[in-house]
Design a protein around this ligand. Structure first.
Ligand SMILES: Cc1ncc(C[n+]2csc(CCOP(=O)(O)OP(=O)(O)O)c2C)c(N)n1
Ligand SMILES: [Mg+2]
Length: 724
């Protein structure tokens, strides 16, 4: 029985009869509109505009009404912004849309174009009902797979880099002759607020769109800045948004007033047509008002005068559309007022019904679409795939081999990042790929990690398979929200209807022999480990790296997995393990693929199990030999996957010795060892446990780096103590 369903079944709150003062003003003003002349026909689009605008306004009131009864959980509305419906009417229902949280009228107009009533979608969203069509009760978002509306998150502007990515991906798919999720002549539309325009993420996206257009790359993207002059309580300085938007020479700028429906619709149509034809980006600066405060809990009168609030009533986009209809002679003001009231009853009835619908009632239900894994599909995709014969490879060469293998097999796969093309990456990992597969598949991006990941997100949701490179782990951090807030949440908030399978290669970790200091030796992975559903691969050697990369690509394709592929730079070109010339760190790919979350165990020592990965594996294998000389026999487990952690394999290896030492090159606080030890406790392991980890410090330059990074001597000492 869903939570409270019985209770909800008896729900019988009555709607307040009284109208909000904003509604009273609108109805009186509509009623006062004098007929312009003889009867006529409604201007093209005007009726559709009216319907979407009125229903959107009424959804906002209904959400607040339900909230008073504790039946609605979201009150940020679209009131005052309803002119955005004109943008929807200027586009096709197949044009991908990434919307501002005030683009409700856009959503309803698009739904109407497709013959769908969008009101239940919105009301089921605010009541967190499981039958809401996109997020299924996980959030109130504007999204609908049939309407090509990709759901957004509440992090303002974070959807803009993806929008740029979608726009670039469409023409890339055309160029490569591969399938695309959108028609190839689509226009991408992306709306956002005026305060959001100042966000680094918005600026990144605008810059990247302009940067691409500057090079004559197709970017069929219509930005819509819904400018109500406020960011919650903070006014945007007059003229600022226009100046900031006009400053980008590569973006065509046009402005429209939300209370001029004919002008807005005409301009939106003109701009949409221009973007579709020229494949160049444009921005529509839509000047609006904001009604009903920022959200239900926000008391607008605390920071705006009642006079200013009242003055905005005259700029009501609904009144403006009503006036347009009345002036055309197709409707009377009284008729429109009546229509408003009839629609009001209908929306309230839908709201009432939505509040009765079941909500999510178990953690398993909540998490079901988060990050599905079907190992059989991944294994099937990799089965029978051979690796070419050849010389033993370094880690860098192994990854390079896996990338060329994937580029050859998967025509939708793209490799991109800073310096990855002609130079072949700062460590040579992508060497030769650009020459072999061409600039359409392997290309340099501009220097902005947010945009690199945004491009990946947009390409992935468009059906391509992106493998972006982040040059250094330290530089993932300023762009990390694209993975956390956007990529990792997409299946969750769309019940898997939208997916963005991708493999982000991240070069990282320490031990570069004192070279580079902190920013080239970053060892903080906590920021990745706590992202729900994220796959984290971290191979240490070529024989694992190549099949693991293949697994990640297959998982991105089969399950839409968002994968971080963490590469230890210090081991890229390592050849020897114990002695110079032993070649023991070289290898050829071992298997067709490595299942997610499976570890690899070295040796069968019975005294102690060392659990580690990455540089820790290299050090631990060396230490194991020294330990053997001292009569201590250790087995070494390479986790290979930091998420999902291979806890079953670890449990087996630990059970065989009864003692465990975790060797963790990441930081003591937030490092991987915390997770491993906690997992061992969770499964009831009660033998001796210890860990060595790097210090809670940034990595200094030069030899001082050794002072804070975990060392072979520390590992040996801890192992001897534990085994003793
Ligand atoms: C990155 C981020 N910082 C802060 C917030 C909190 N927040 C939500 S809406 C908002 C104001 C946005 O104003 P604007 O972009 O003008 O949109 P509007 O609500 O006015 O339509 C803020 C600060 C957020 N959602 N995301
Ligand atoms: Mg605003």
């Amino acid at each position: 029985m869903p939570t409270g369903a019985a209770e909800r079944g008896t729900f019988s709150a009555t709607m307040a009869d009284d109208l909000d003062p904003l509604e009273t003003h609108l109805l009186e003003a509509l009623g006062a509109l004098a007929p312009a002349g003889p009867a006529g026909v409604a201007p093209d689009g005007a009726e559709a505009l009216w319907r979407a605008q009125v229903d959107s306004r009424l959804c906002d009131f209904a959400a607040r009404w339900l909230q008073k009864e504790g039946r609605s959980f979201y009150t940020i509305g679209s009131a005052g912004h309803e002119s955005n419906a004109a943008v929807a009417l200027a586009l096709r229902t197949t044009d991908p849309a990434l919307l501002h949280y005030r683009s409700g009228a856009f959503y309803l107009a698009r739904a109407g174009q497709a013959g769908r009533d969008g009101v239940p979608d919105i009301m089921l969203g605010v009541t967190a009902a499981t039958d809401e069509p996109i997020a299924g009760g996980r959030h109130k978002v504007f999204g609908n797979h049939e309407l090509a509306v990709i759901p957004q998150t509440s992090t303002i502007a974070s959807h803009l880099p993806r929008a740029v990515g979608v726009a670039i991906a469409i023409d890339r798919a055309r160029k490569l002759g591969v399938e695309c999720a959108w028609p190839l002549d689509s226009v991408v539309v992306c709306s956002f607020g005026d305060a959001s325009l100042n966000h680094a993420t918005a600026q990144a996206a605008l810059n990247t769109a302009a940067h691409a257009a500057h090079q004559h790359l197709p970017v069929p993207l219509l930005f819509v800045c819904e400018d109500n002059g406020l960011g919650i309580s903070v006014p945007t300085p007059p003229g600022w948004a226009e100046g900031a938007l006009r400053a980008r020479a590569q973006l065509r700028y046009e402005g429209a007033d939300g209370d001029d429906p004919a002008g807005t619709l005409g301009l939106a149509r003109e701009l949409a047509g221009w973007v579709r034809e020229t494949r160049r980006p444009a921005v529509l600066h839509l000047r609006t008002v904001r009604y009903l405060s920022h959200a239900g809990a926000d008391v607008e009168s605390a920071y705006r005068s009642l006079q200013a609030i009242r003055a905005d009533w005259e700029r009501d986009p609904l009144l403006a559309t009503g006036r347009w209809l009345v002036e055309s002679g197709s409707r009377s003001g009284a008729e429109l007022a009546e229509d408003y009231l009839a629609r009001r009853d209908r929306v309230r009835e839908i709201a009432r019904e939505s509040a009765r619908r079941p909500q999510l009632d178990s953690a398993a239900d909540v998490m079901r679409p988060l990050a599905p894994h079907t190992p059989t599909a991944v294994a099937a995709a990799c089965a029978g795939l051979a690796w070419p014969e050849g010389e033993p490879l370094t880690l860098a060469q192994g990854i390079n081999l896996a990338l060329s293998d994937a580029l050859e097999r998967v025509p939708e796969l793209l490799v991109f990042g800073e310096d990855v093309a002609t130079k072949g990456g700062v460590y040579g990992v992508t060497r030769g790929l650009h020459a072999r597969f061409g600039a359409g598949r392997v290309f340099d991006t501009l220097l902005d990690e947010t945009s690199i990941l945004g491009l990946a997100l947009g390409a992935a949701v468009s059906g391509l398979v992106p493998v972006p490179e982040i040059q250094y782990l330290a530089y993932l951090h300023n762009a990390e929200d694209q993975l956390r807030g956007e990529a990792a949440t997409l299946q969750f908030f769309s019940q898997g209807q939208y997916r963005n399978g991708l493999v982000a290669r991240i070069q990282g970790y320490g031990y570069q022999k004192g070279f580079g200091g902190h920013f080239h030796n970053d060892d903080s992975v906590a920021v990745l480990r706590d992202i729900p559903g994220l796959v984290i691969a971290s191979p240490a050697r070529a024989d694992d790296a190549a099949p693991m990369l293949r697994t990640c690509v297959a998982s991105a394709q089969a399950d839409g997995s968002v994968c971080a592929f963490l590469e230890p730079i210090a081991l890229y070109h390592t050849r020897d393990l114990h002695e110079e010339g032993d070649g023991l760190w070289l290898g050829r790919p071992l298997d067709a693929h490595v299942p997610l979350g499976s570890a690899r165990t070295y040796g069968d020592g019975g005294d102690l199990t060392i659990v580690t990965w990455g540089n820790g594996l290299f050090m631990s294998l060396r230490v194991a030999r020294r330990l053997e000389a001292r009569g201590v026999r250790a087995r070494v487990v390479d986790l290979r996957w930091l998420a999902p952690l291979p806890i079953e394999d670890v449990a087996d290896a630990v059970a065989a010795t009864g003692r465990v030492l975790v060797v963790d090159e990441t930081r003591r606080t937030g490092g991987v060892s915390e997770g491993v030890l906690a997992a061992l406790v969770d499964i009831g392991f009660d033998g001796p446990m210890a860990r060595v980890a790097s210090k809670d410090s940034f990595i200094p330059l030069g030899d001082a780096a050794k002072l804070v990074l975990v060392s072979e001597d520390e590992i040996e000492a801890a192992a001897v103590q534990l085994a003793g």
